[in-house]
Design a protein around this ligand. Structure first.
Ligand SMILES: Nc1ncnc2c1ncn2[C@@H]1O[C@H](COP(=O)(O)OP(=O)(O)OP(=O)(O)O)[C@@H](O)[C@H]1O
Ligand SMILES: NC(=O)CC[C@H](N)C(=O)O
Length: 631
């Protein structure tokens, strides 16, 4: 009995346009009808539709190695075919990592793994004004969640003593000087406002070595006011590359804020341009892979290691990953959090990695998304829906299925045969295609709950679900039900209950709907839409806050899910079982499932130990084409 139900329902298909679960034949008919209609409307397809169609046909799990075995990253390796590859991922601990960073993580960790090398996670902590320990802790933790294990975790500040000595060496080589010019003076030296006037060096560049050394030591010893002196590298002021115009190596920060690791030990801090390449050199990085905004910095990177005669790593740049329809800048995120437009840095509507994790996206899905995009030197700007589509594809075969009724409406089945256990005890598979996921039991009770949207008070020939006098299948139940009457709340006019019967000898219904038996577990379900209305919130009229979509979160506090099935899914979490998250303890978000006809869900961290379960929708089951412009 159970197996015949399983077989029967595995032939049912989701109508991607209406969200209904219908028979294969019915779907075929509908598809033919739509194809005819589409053929008539030829040449009218918008580019965004073409993009989404292309992404739908993309294979779910590309060979993860192809990113390294061919194309840009293979060429990078050929430029320096090292025996022992060592890369680094160098975030500044001044905020939370976001979706864009996943590309840099995948590139650096993946490149080293592919070449049997190793990756250092280096906190680029050269600016005490902006950095906090909580960010470096969060970065370490989220990298572990992504499934990557750094060879070592280092800090640029580990090398502060060494960097200081190298700065003195640079002075001794006559390739650095202490300068006291202000911003306006420097601008003039660099060709004026428009950069068209002749460039020249200031008189400080002519100071002798001893003066420079003394002044630099005075800077170190706190004898200069903030911004009254800085160490400049003596590069090539005639170069066409502004990164070679005697850029800063050491500075005295404006605020005297203690450093997260070295406290008040230092009055001076190395700049990115001085510290980054030298930390790469000290750590013997072979391939320093970063995003393309650092291309112009490559010349000074190479100049510095060469001039100092230290080990020379190779820097190469890949295109950034930008996401349309959201904000990722730290300043904007901070404002959204501080002004409580969202629940926090990990609000599932944001694109920080913490938010993506909380939403329930598995780390494996992120990797497969980056693989799909590939790596070149071109910037990739993706729509949120492309990311969602990739996650959907990943989850389709990796998580179990349950039925979740968001907005329950009670249906009394008048003629249930309680003496016939076969009619009541149903065994449901967790997946129609993955028998190893197993099954769970559900009881067809004399009253069940369906979703309010699956009932219409007036029958309509285009509505295949429940309406008076019409039949509909309950997913996995052998016989369909027919609505015979319903009651309403006289004040609100809302339908309160439906009376129905099982139709034991009728035709196969055209559509099937999900349901929950009496005694189901009540949960709160949160459904998300994009947080912003436009594609480019930062450019929106009135600023990004004015662009917030007021309907970005819908909460269903009375949702119902079958208790036994849910408990089993929860007990066996994380789903997918081997998703790369093994180095980090499984959080509530590992409890993932497909709610049939509704979407993919994961348990939220707001769920409490006393069993109040909150669910987040990870992604809908299909792209929401009604809100094309908002995603
Ligand atoms: N959108 C992105 N796409 C690809 N790589 C990125 C992106 N943003 C940052 N990276 C890379 O991640 C690494 C660490 O970056 P870090 O956090 O210091 O950058 P950032 O530019 O300050 O980031 P943010 O976007 O948060 O301001 C760098 O190598 C950088 O090239
Ligand atoms: N070269 C790089 O990877 C740059 C890293 C550096 N933390 C930054 O400012 O983005």
């Amino acid at each position: 009995m159970a197996s015949s139900i399983t077989e029967g329902t595995s032939k049912l298909q989701l109508d991607p346009e209406t969200g209904e679960i219908i028979s294969k034949n019915e779907l075929k008919k509908r598809m033919q009808k739509r194809a005819k209609k589409a053929a008539k409307a030829e040449n009218t397809a918008a580019p965004s539709k073409a993009e989404s169609a292309a992404s739908k046909t993309m294979p779910a799990n590309l060979n993860p190695d192809s990113m390294f075995s061919q194309g840009f990253l293979a060429d990078v390796y050929k430029l320096r075919p090292s025996q022992h590859v060592r890369t680094r991922f160098p975030p500044e601990p001044n905020g939370y990592l976001h979706l864009g960073h996943t590309k840099a993580i995948a590139v650096n960790f993946g490149f080293a793994r592919y070449h049997r090398g190793e990756t250092i996670l280096r906190m680029d902590d050269t600016n005490p004004d902006a950095e906090e320990s909580r960010f470096s802790e969060a970065i370490e933790e989220i990298i572990a969640w992504r499934g990557f294990t750094p060879h070592r975790v280092t800090y640029a500040s580990d090398n502060f003593d060494r960097l200081y000595s190298l700065a003195e060496v640079l002075i001794e080589k006559g390739r650095a000087y202490v300068c006291h010019c202000n911003e306006t003076e420097i601008k003039i030296q660099r060709g004026g406002e428009e950069g068209k006037l002749p460039r020249f060096r200031c008189s400080h560049a002519d100071q002798d070595l001893a003066t420079n050394l003394t002044k630099f030591r005075d800077m170190r010893d706190g004898k200069y006011e903030p911004q009254s002196a800085f160490l400049r590298m003596k590069q090539d002021i005639t170069s066409g590359n502004p990164q070679m115009w005697d850029i800063a190596a050491y500075r005295i920060p404006k605020s005297r804020r203690p450093h997260i690791r070295t406290g008040t030990k230092w009055h001076i801090y190395p700049t990115y341009d001085f510290a980054h390449c030298l930390c790469d050199s000290i750590e013997e990085i072979t391939h320093s892979l970063c995003s393309t905004e650092f291309i112009t910095a490559r010349e000074s990177y190479e100049w510095l290691t060469k001039t100092l005669g230290v080990y020379e790593p190779m820097q190469r740049e890949f295109g950034r990953l930008n996401v349309a329809g959201t904000v990722m800048s730290k300043r904007a995120l901070k404002q959204l959090v501080n002004e409580k437009h969202v629940r926090g840095w990990d609000d599932p509507r944001l694109f920080t990695l913490a938010a993506i994790r909380r939403r329930g996206v598995p780390p494996g899905a992120i990797l497969s998304f980056v693989n799909e995009l590939g790596v070149t030197t071109a910037t990739t700007r993706i729509q949120i829906k492309r990311f969602d589509q990739s996650i959907r594809r990943y989850l389709e075969t990796t998580v179990p299925r349950l039925m979740l009724v968001l907005d329950p409406l009670r249906v009394v089945i008048q003629n249930l045969d309680s003496s016939n256990p076969e009619e009541q005890e149903l065994t449901l598979p967790f997946s129609p295609t993955q028998p190893e996921f197993g099954s769970y039991t559900i009881r067809l009770t004399s009253a069940v709950h369906i979703d309010r949207s699956d009932f219409r008070e007036v029958a309509d020939e285009d509505f295949f679900r429940l309406s008076p006098g019409e039949t509909v299948g309950l997913l996995q139940v052998p016989h369909p039900i027919k609505a015979i009457s319903h009651t309403k709340d006289p004040r609100s006019g809302r339908v309160t209950e439906i009376q129905a019967v099982l139709v034991r000898d009728g035709k196969k219904p055209k559509a099937f709907i999900h349901w929950a038996p009496e005694g189901s577990r009540r949960v709160t379900a949160r459904i998300y839409k994009p947080l912003f209305k436009s594609d480019n919130p930062m450019a929106a009229e009135g600023g990004f806050l004015a662009d917030i979509n007021p309907d970005s979160e819908a909460v269903y506090p009375e949702a119902l899910v079958n208790a036994a099935g849910f408990e089993d899914v929860r007990r066996r979490a994380p789903w997918p079982p081997a998703d790369g998250a093994s180095s980090s303890p499984a959080g509530p978000e590992g409890v993932r499932f497909q709610a049939m006809r509704v979407g993919y869900f994961a348990m939220d961290s707001d769920s409490t130990d006393d069993d109040a379960v909150v669910l987040n929708q990870i992604v809908s089951l299909k792209e929401d084409t009604r809100k094309e412009s908002a995603n």
